[in-house]
Design a protein around this ligand. Structure first.
Ligand SMILES: [Zn+2]
Length: 245
């Protein structure tokens, strides 16, 4: 066939491994798992590892691209003959089937042991060559030929929505001294501090004292406070990103 070998033997050679190359935190040995950056010195050392690893990634990618090119060249070379054969005999078979249909219009296909040649007739019809121009014409002359696609305008949607943090679990300390937990996954509705209440712990008439929120979740509602289906909250937050160079 060919002496062009697309995959060099080095592809199968084992690569160097060290703890820095471990794939997940769990694969790291104990000391490496405990290791943390504790200052600019170790941060610079860590950044040097990132820079070096990125250079390795670049080299590996370049190597892969070179191999892909060699595989493409190999495929193009090896497939030239069979592709030419398919094209040559295929064209003759199509001609044969078209001639057969011309001789007998009812004979729409030719069936052979290895396969069949089908013929089909297409009527002349209009095709669009310039979507923009045809659309502009249709706006005035054939509005029924225009399909309107409904898509959400996210910024406009956000104007209608309210994102807020909903408290779902809290400690409430009453003036009687009892500390009671209040939980409601649909949102707590705790009266303001100083409101009279019957203590759920001791039963005394008491005033609501300190409220400590223990848990809350983000919710998105419409102007009336109703939940909006199909919409959730991305809580955002501060993140960091390593950029080398
Ligand atoms: Zn109480």
């Amino acid at each position: 066939m060919t002496d062009l070998s697309p995959i060099p033997p080095t592809l199968l050679a084992p690569t160097d491994t060290g703890w820095v190359e471990a794939l997940t935190e769990d694969e790291l040995p104990e000391p490496a798992q405990r290791w943390r950056i504790d200052g600019t010195g170790s941060a610079a050392w860590a950044m040097a590892h990132v820079v070096s690893a990125e250079a390795q990634l670049e080299a590996l990618t370049a190597q892969a691209v070179e191999w892909y090119a060699r595989i493409d060249a190999w495929l193009a070379h090896e497939s030239a003959q069979p592709r030419a054969t398919v094209a040559f005999f295929g064209a003759h078979l199509e001609r044969f089937a078209l001639d057969a249909r011309e001789a007998d219009p009812r004979k729409k296909s030719v069936t052979l042991p290895g396969g069949k040649v089908q013929t089909r007739e297409a009527k002349p019809r209009a095709v669009v060559t310039d979507e923009e121009e045809a659309l502009a014409w249709a706006l005035n002359h054939a509005p029924e030929a225009i399909r309107t696609v409904e898509k959400l305008r996210l910024e406009a949607l956000r104007q209608r929505l309210t994102v807020r943090e909903m408290e779902t679990l809290a400690w409430v300390t009453n003036s009687c001294g009892c500390k009671v937990s209040v939980r409601d996954d649909e949102g707590l509705d705790i009266p303001p501090v100083g409101t009279e209440t019957e203590c759920s712990e001791c039963g005394a008439e008491a005033l609501i004292g300190m409220v400590e929120v223990l848990h809350s979740r983000w919710v998105v509602t419409d102007a009336e406070g109703g939940f909006v289906p199909g919409v959730d909250v991305d809580p955002g937050g501060i993140t960091a990103r390593v950029v080398t160079g």
